[in-house]
Design a protein around this ligand. Structure first.
Ligand SMILES: [Zn+2]
Length: 270
């Protein structure tokens, strides 16, 4: 047995630690990683997105706003989604956004992040974690910045939350290798109206570059002003299912945990 092991190991040693091999080990020995995220705790998450994911055996991350009436009214359905392996991520209790920025007419005085203190933002996000833990019983999860806003009066509020989360998703578009990913501001592609081919082309780019691709969806087949058509969403999921041996698809908390381990171990290089 010992002899056989040596023979098998030899070609691997000769091949050397290529960047390709290191990257794929982070992505579960596949070409790339894809994370499907759905924001804002809306009815279509439960009515359209989850059934579509479950029908092809894929799992995603749902960033919940604790105060959403859809959390209150349909709590057992969120719990069952978590039991099926989907992540209930934290999208803050009240979804505060910085109303002082241009184009933020939709921000109400109650939920204006620029009027928050840092400690209030931090406590509300922690309270949302308590709520989510009461729903799914889990202690590890990820955060998504409401409106992508990171600062209050020039202070990054997430700095106080780094130990509460595995990672945080931002809103900057980009594909990154495991070593390039910033775990406190993970890039993603926000989808609004693009067709299925566009979504699949993004996945192909991730496959070629061995990177992490994160999709950010709001409405799926309606339910939000930012939307992806049901057919386009289904086309993406079918492509991912058909290429499951090449593409690592998992909730953000699982992918981010692998990235964290690889960054701490220094194993991954661009
Ligand atoms: Zn949001």
């Amino acid at each position: 047995m010992r002899f056989a092991t040596t023979i098998l190991a030899a070609p691997l040693l000769l091949a050397g630690p290529t960047a390709f091999a290191q990257t794929t080990s982070v992505w579960n020995n596949k070409q790339c990683a894809v994370v499907l995220t759905y924001d804002d705790a809306i009815d279509v998450d439960l009515d359209n997105a989850l059934p579509a994911l479950d029908s092809v055996g894929l799992r995603g991350t749902f960033y919940l706003i604790g105060s959403s009436p859809v959390v209150a009214k349909r709590l057992p359905e969120w719990r069952r989604a978590a039991q099926r392996g989907h992540e209930l991520g934290n999208h803050a209790l009240m979804h505060p956004c910085d109303g002082s920025l241009p184009g933020r007419g939709f921000v109400t005085p109650d939920n204006d992040l620029s009027k928050y203190t840092v400690s209030r933002a931090v406590s509300e996000i922690r309270a949302n974690n308590t709520l989510l833990a009461a729903i799914d019983g889990k202690t590890a999860r990820t955060f998504a910045y409401p409106c992508g806003d990171k600062q209050i009066g020039g202070v990054n509020f997430y700095d106080q939350l780094k130990n509460d989360f595995v990672a945080a998703r931002g809103v900057t578009a980009g594909l990154q290798t495991a070593s390039q990913v910033k775990l406190d501001d993970i890039d993603c592609y926000m989808i609004n109206g693009q067709n299925g081919q566009y979504l699949i082309d993004l996945v192909k780019r991730a496959q070629q570059s061995h990177t992490l691709l994160v999709f950010l969806f709001h409405g799926v087949g309606g339910g939000h002003s930012l939307n992806v058509a049901l057919a386009a969403h289904r086309q993406l999921l079918r492509y991912l299912q058909a290429h499951e041996k090449d593409i690592y698809v998992a909730p953000m908390v699982e992918v981010a945990t692998k990235i964290r381990v690889s960054q701490q171990g220094g194993a991954a290089r661009p």
